[in-house]
Design a binder for this molecule. Structure first.
Ligand code: CA
Length: 229
């Protein structure tokens, strides 16, 4: 199924360039030169993924990201950043981006990232399974995540990580394995993105994220979903 992408970038040449490359790969693309217009389009159209520049006049990319996340938790968000910007801030708890690219970027790579994120959003029409791992439940078809039957809104990336863990309880995953499973083997960014997403996931699902009882850190390796005692 073709996905709809919104490109929010004030620099027209970059915006058009990104649009052309995404359209060539079969995506439907909307464009916005300001954050305000981006938020407007997201409210009006059915957007799956937003490619969002950080540096925008008026409302900046962080504010746009925050607004979009509040309103559309399942939206995919890829941020475009300047080299000097702090990855932790961009991918951090507050904003919850799924991925980021540092400018100047290769358009082919951006398309790969968008495709990878689109896969994370993909619903498997034939998979109506319900993963049950007390107190959690995952409805694979509707991509909903529950704790004690209360829904917790996860970003597409957090959902994919949670699903990977719950399907493999007790297995220690290396950061690179999580990257390959969730972001795809073509991901060439920093594996730190795994840590920030896990930190965010913990803050949503753990009682006390400083003493996690579900997602354990495996020192020197990565992470493990605690299997039932
Ligand atoms: Ca800009």
């Amino acid at each position: 199924m073709s996905k709809t992408i919104l490109v929010v970038e004030d620099e027209e040449s970059i915006r058009k360039f990104v649009k052309i490359n995404l359209e060539r790969s079969g995506f439907t693309v909307f464009e916005a030169p300001t954050g305000e217009e981006g938020v407007e389009i997201a409210a009006r159209e059915e957007i799956d993924i937003v490619v969002l520049d950080v540096m925008l006049p008026g409302m900046d990319g962080f504010e746009v990201c925050k607004t979009l996340r509040e309103n559309y938790p399942s939206l995919g968000i890829i941020m475009l950043t300047a080299k000097s910007q702090d990855i932790d801030k961009i991918t951090g708890l507050e904003y919850g981006t799924d991925d980021y690219m540092t400018k100047p970027f290769n358009p082919t790579e951006l398309v790969l990232r968008v495709k990878s994120l689109a896969r994370r959003l993909e619903v498997d029409e034939h998979d109506d399974s319900m993963l049950d791992f007390k107190p959690f439940k995952i409805d694979v078809y509707s991509r909903q995540f529950f704790k004690n039957d209360n829904e917790i809104e996860l970003t597409p990336t957090e959902f994919s990580i949670a699903k990977l863990f719950i399907e493999n309880p007790g297995k220690a995953f290396k950061r690179d394995e999580i990257l390959n499973h969730v972001w795809g083997v073509d991901f060439v960014g920093d594996s730190k993105i795994v840590d920030v997403n896990i930190r965010r996931l913990r803050s949503k699902i753990e009682e006390d994220s400083s003493q996690p009882s579900y997602i354990e850190t495996v020192w020197g390796v990565g992470y493990r979903w605690k299997s039932k005692d």
